[in-house]
Design a protein around this ligand. Sequence first.
Ligand code: MRU
Length: 353
Amino acid sequence: MTTTNSALQSVIWSSDHIELLDQRLLPEEIVYIPLTTPEDAWEAIRHLKVRGAPAIGITAAYGVVLGSRESNTSVDAWLSDVNKHAEYLATSRPTAVNLFWALDRMKAAADKLAASGDSLEACKEKLLQEAISIQSEDEETNRLIGEHALELFKDGMGVLTHCNAGGLATSKYGTALAPFYLAQEQGMSLRVFADETRPVLQGARLTAFELQQAGVDVTLICDNMAGMVMSKGWIDAVIVGTDRVAANGDVANKIGTYSVAVLAKAHGIPFYVACPMSTIDLNTPTGSDIPIEERPAEEITEGLGKRTAPQGVKVFNPAFDVTPNEYVTAIITEKGIIKPPYNVNLKKLFETL
Ligand code: MRU
């Protein structure tokens, strides 16, 4: 299905399948593709048709539904199918913990349903409702993140962001981009600078696109211009999303985030990280324990639609980097703003749930 409309939702459950916005084609083409099997969902996640930590988790949750609905013999066989499809979908990408969080939540829900004495059909329907809840709760979570983040910004500020942690990466609003949408709703003006985000250009193709569509003041810059715009005094704060926060507050996010954090510190600019609680992984002690995905060399050598490097050249293409906690001024979640020491305060946050 091809549309020309601007109200874009990246993942849509459509009665018995997923309608997925193919983010690889943005901003030039707005195309929704049907996903009908867990293999379709796996492939869409691996090849970045859907990307961004929360959106990956939502797609995987629906992917489990797509696979297990074929199970027609018994509740026990259905439960074992749910687990099998969840294990499979967990191999699609390694870094964003929201993927594993969503799959664990689906498995836990299925366990409970299987023990409830419900019929097979009721179990299937209720598992679909769990996936729908994961998606709808994400919207409310992001709105709260946006409200908390907005406390840190003042009218007229310049704010730099990296990659895309917006509506396209989530069910709505985004995490790092949520305050920009809420600011606009409240008549407050922020000047956003979006790094283009080499090599896959999520900043140029997605962040610049969705903010521009919404009428937010956005200026696109190449990644290597961030230091220059900071030195000009145009940036009052940096805000980014994250794929995983370790227990000590180290943060994995799109490659290039670490450089931005170092630049921010050098210029005395606060560096904020926005994420749902589901991105905080207390089981991962430090950033060096976070698995960092490496992606195909062609993203660098042919990413712009034509070859831009010599054939056979050695390439290193990590999709993410880790920003050490000492560069992170605050982590903004739906529960509020968390300040250092993160090893203490992140743990406390979960204790108060
Ligand atoms: O490779 P991507 O595009 O999935 O990377 C996305 C990011 O790094 C985002 O900043 C992160 O997932 C947070 S999205 C709210």
